[in-house]
Design a protein around this ligand. Structure first.
Ligand code: AMP
Ligand code: MG
Length: 925
């Protein structure tokens, strides 16, 4: 075009006719040729090639975007250009020649290496245009000949850059040889799954322009190419490489809906670094080629420089003892109207510690504590520490079998128990010391801490968490770790003598460790919620103002329900600080919090049981414009790393596994060296001998300010209402049932906002065991929250092409309601009222007499709501267990009526008695 314009211009100025020769063929001829030639065997052969290359839908390239991908693309875009440093272009061409490849192929191999790093995907398809002028006749023709080739790479074999380059060469040559099928035709033929949110087959493109610029030869006229900002982007990302004389220019056209300019800036920096690394060491594994810029490396180090000189050498109980000495007469703990001063708490714990010492407890002994929330529980836990041992919570809510397993697995020499709970324990060989009188006044005894041999590195507590292989695992934490965590918390949030901290988290969760011990370190007051109170929003709403609670914890799921509880405005009078942790804190919940409790601080903390409660923190801000709630920055003496599969640090924005390093990393799993070695790996960066990194299995990315953003899990661990569950453990338990051959458990959210555990199982015989059967079997082994709501029998499990269970293909539980159970209307006023309460709490349209609470989406938090409404409606108090034991409207109605009868009897008796007393003389009754 440029050449012909020049020739025409020159001719017309001189009044000559067009000097151009007549065209040998026109575009229409080309179109006709294409239609006629691309048929039959030729077409079939070309299509067969592409079907073989792309037949199984290439996976969508999951680029880490700055914003969620919109449902429909708008194609809004921008472009960012940079010049490759001088000489690199030539050096890359030379590298290509050495490997029988072109510069284009070298750049494609580098681009695919970059995409692998950014997406974590090995199967990568990149589109690339070809000129399509394969015949001399059409070379000079104006018109659209361009076609697009989909170049698929497989990086799964951990190739070196040179090996990848050879693969890319093969792929490109094969594609060129089959370039005649128009891409549109190919899409039609392969009919990949279509979506408005991304283009089919590939989502990123590489274009390579090396067209020698034609000189424009016209008198008195000059032609200068001008870049045009189209404001569009055809794909998620298009990398164009342009050679212009000495310059090699990279353009990154990108969707502005998906990416911020800064992200594209970082990405082009990585590409340049990668090209340089590949040039320097083409024989090196792609997975090892350095990509991070030096500035980025420095930045990551800086975000992790959290060193703080805390006095972490004393043990936890020694720090509490120091507080006892500072203010012995101050109230330390209250529970159900009873109190202990610091002196009383300290000496009660000393007395019990002495008995534990006599029973052989010392450094590294694990001591089980079976107790409900009470003064005795606090004394018991402190006593174990004072005796030099580590406490292991034996949550009385857990089924006997699970407690038995924990007792056996941890080989405890002795355990502390409230005697009334002992019935919950199965037979076990251990010795039991009673807790009943632990909080009673008694004589002062000498403190045993000095001679126990326990130090900062000793075991402080062991908490069992769900285990993916079917058995729970005991997580070990040292004094030093938890002490660091508590001292950090004190430095950060400063608890004072007037503060009151509510202890409501079950002590089988590590959050309880800060609830219990932070106030006791600092002279604040520890207020024990009543047993079960942690699941009762009404109770909490009453207790907070009554007790003047200033500081407390919420799991987001409970916070959500709590914030909708009437009357919580009254909590804002005393409440100063709310800490969330345990599961993701959604943005809209953060907003609702500031609406309902203005002036109260909200903090989002994150951390696994394996690393002393929490390792990152974030102060929530009302009106934060960032549109998400991060988990924040590492706490003191703690480092976090977001890494790829090769455990290499990833840059800002790119998701990877979160690893934790530093003082709070736990000591591993009790008596599980294999699992410990797998998850607690050597920390090469720390510079300390023996230092470990904990692999969390959490997926996260770093934000531009260094705060981490939690994205989910990379395995089958889930959090359901803040409770940590390995789906594999439920599957293993279910598979142990004699009539179950195979089982898979997933979390489904068929009703928005109500995620439920759903079990799919293949029965061994003809008749499938029923849901009630299976539920009962699981309840004997697993905590209530791990028992699925739904049990769906299948004749076989759906499998993916690679033979794994295809979790996405599992069917929705049938019938939309209680396993397709027939609707039986509730009968009588009590059933009707109950059904109405269920319908309201469970947000379902109607509830039948025989519907099962759990199958309708019920769980323990909702059960407590049902009970508080039952209390209001019938004036009867039912224990939470009732719902788990009976679970149907008809059954619970019976329990209500039974209670009403008992009450009526009591009232009648009382009235008779009082009448007897008031009219004794007449004696007529
Ligand atoms: P746990 O051992 O019970 O404390 O559970 C730890 C797991 O809970 C982490 O590995 C995360 O998956 C999840 N988790 C804890 N805190 C948060 C948080 N603030 N945001 C998102 N997930 C969290
Ligand atoms: Mg935690």
């Amino acid at each position: 075009l440029v050449r012909e314009m020049g020739e025409l211009d020159a001719a017309f100025i001189e009044g000559r006719p067009s000097p151009l020769a007549a065209l040998p063929v026109q575009y229409a001829d080309y179109a006709r040729w294409q239609r006629e030639s691309l048929t039959g065997e030729v077409l079939a052969a070309q299509l067969a090639y592409w079907r073989e290359r792309l037949g199984f839908d290439p996976p969508v390239l999951d680029l880490p975007t700055d914003r969620p991908r919109p449902l429909a693309e708008s194609y809004l875009g921008a472009r960012r250009s940079l010049d490759l440093p001088a000489g690199i272009g030539d050096a890359l061409s030379a590298l290509g020649r050495e490997h029988g490849s072109t510069l284009f192929m070298v750049v494609l191999a580098a681009f695919q290496s970059l995409l692998r790093w950014w997406t974590g995907q090995d199967d990568l398809t990149v589109g690339s245009p070809v000129a399509g002028r394969t015949r001399a006749e059409v070379e000079g023709l104006a018109g659209l000949f361009i076609n697009t080739l989909a170049l698929r790479a497989d990086l799964s074999g951990d190739p070196s850059f040179a090996v990848l380059l050879a693969q890319v060469r093969e792929t490109a040559l094969g594609a060129y040889a089959h370039q005649d099928v128009p891409f549109e035709k190919l899409v039609e033929e392969l009919s990949p799954e279509r979506s408005l949110s991304h283009s089919p087959i590939f989502q990123v493109m590489l274009t390579y322009l090396n067209v020698p610029r034609e000189e424009f030869a016209a008198e008195g006229l000059k032609m200068t190419p001008m870049g045009v900002a189209s404001g569009t982007s055809k794909f998620d990302l298009t990398l164009s490489v342009r050679i212009d004389g000495e310059r090699t220019i990279l353009d990154l056209e990108h969707s502005t809906e998906l990416f911020d300019p800064a992200t594209i800036g970082r990405m082009s920096g990585h590409l340049v670094r990668l090209l340089e690394s590949a040039l320097a060491e083409p024989g090196r594994r792609v997975a090892e080629l350095p990509l991070l810029g030096l500035g980025e490396e420095r930045q990551l180090l800086e975000w992790n420089s959290t060193a703080a000189a805390y006095p972490v050498e004393p043990c936890l109980h020694e720090l509490i003892e120091a507080q006892v000495e500072r203010a012995p007469e101050r109230v330390a703990v209250t529970s159900d109207g009873r109190t202990l001063t610091y002196r009383e708490l300290g000496s009660a714990a000393d007395r019990l510690a002495l008995r534990l010492r006599e029973a052989g407890v010392g450094a590294e002994s694990v001591v089980g504590v079976l107790a409900e929330r009470s003064l005795e529980m606090v004394v018991g836990l402190l006593a174990v520490l004072k005796a030099g041992g580590a406490y292991l919570p034996l949550d009385p809510e857990y089924p006997a079998e699970r407690l038995a397993f924990m007792i056996a697995d941890s080989r405890m020499p002795v355990l502390l128990a409230q005697e009334r709970l002992l019935a919950r324990l199965p037979e076990h060989g251990g010795r039991v010391l009673p807790l009943e009188d632990a909080a009673e006044p008694g004589e002062e005894v000498a403190r045993p801490d000095a001679e126990t041999g326990a130090g900062a590195g000793s075991l402080a507590y062991v908490i069992y968490t769900s285990g993916s292989t079917g058995r729970p695992k005991g997580t070990m934490n040292s004094h030093r770790g938890i002490v660091n965590r508590l001292l950090w918390m004190q430095e950060r949030y400063g608890l004072g003598a007037d503060d009151r901290v509510l202890q409501k988290t079950p002590y089988s969760f590590d959050v309880s460790a800060w609830e219990l011990f932070w106030p006791l370190l600092t002279g604040a007051r520890l207020v024990m919620a009543r047993p079960g109170g942690h699941q009762e929003p009404d109770y909490l709403a009453r207790t907070i103002p009554e007790e003047g609670i200033t500081t407390m914890h919420f799991v987001p799921s409970l916070l959500r329900i709590f914030l909708e509880t009437p009357g919580i405005e009254r909590c804002a009078a005393s409440l100063r600080l709310v800490v969330c942790s345990g599961e993701a804190l959604p943005l809209e919940l953060e907003r609702r919090f500031f609406e309902r409790l203005p002036g109260v601080e909200l903090h989002n903390l994150y951390g696994p049981t394996e690393a002393a409660v929490d390792v990152t923190f974030w102060a929530c801000q009302p009106d934060d414009p960032r549109g998400l709630v991060p988990i924040g920055r590492p706490v003191a003496n703690t480092r976090i790393h977001v890494v790829d599969r090769e455990l290499r640090p990833l840059p800002v924005g790119v998701p990877g596994e979160l690893l934790i390093g530093g003082i709070q990393v736990g000591r591993g799993y009790l008596a599980r060296p294999d699992l410990t070695a797998e998850r607690f790996i050597p920390d090469p960066l720390s510079g300390e001998a023996g230092a470990r990194l904990y692999r969390t299995g959490d997926l996260a990315r770093l934000l531009a300010d260094g705060a981490a953003d939690f994205l989910g899990r990379i395995d089958h661990q889930v959090k359901l209402r803040g409770l940590r569950i390995e789906l594999g453990e439920i599957e293993a338990a279910l598979s142990r049932h004699p009539e179950v051959a195979q089982a898979v458990v997933v979390v489904r959210e068929d009703t928005p906002g109500n995620a439920l555990l759903t079990a799919y199982y293949v029965p061994t015989g003809e008749a499938a065991p029923g849901a009630a059967d299976l539920r009962a079997a699981l309840r004997a082994e697993l905590p209530e929250y791990m028992v699925p709501a739904w049990f769906v029998p299948l004749s076989g499990l759906p499998l993916t092409s690679s033979g794994k269970v295809d979790r996405k293909a599992l069917p929705a539980p049938e019938g939309g309601r209680a396993g397709g159970r027939e609707f039986v209307p509730p009968q009588g006023p009590v059933q009707e009222r109950l059904a109405a309460i269920w319908a309201e709490v469970l947000r379902v349209e109607r509830v039948g007499a025989h519907d099962n609470f759990f199958e309708l989406g019920g769980h323990s938090l909702l059960a407590t709501q049902v009970l508080s409404r039952v209390r209001e409606a019938f004036d009867v108090e039912l224990p939470l267990r009732v719902i788990f034991d009976i679970s149907t409207v008809a059954g619970i109605a019976e329990a209500v009526m039974q209670k009403e009868l008992e009450r009526a009897d009591d009232e009648l008796l009382a009235r008779l008695l009082s009448e007897l007393e008031s009219e004794p003389a007449q004696g007529e009754i």
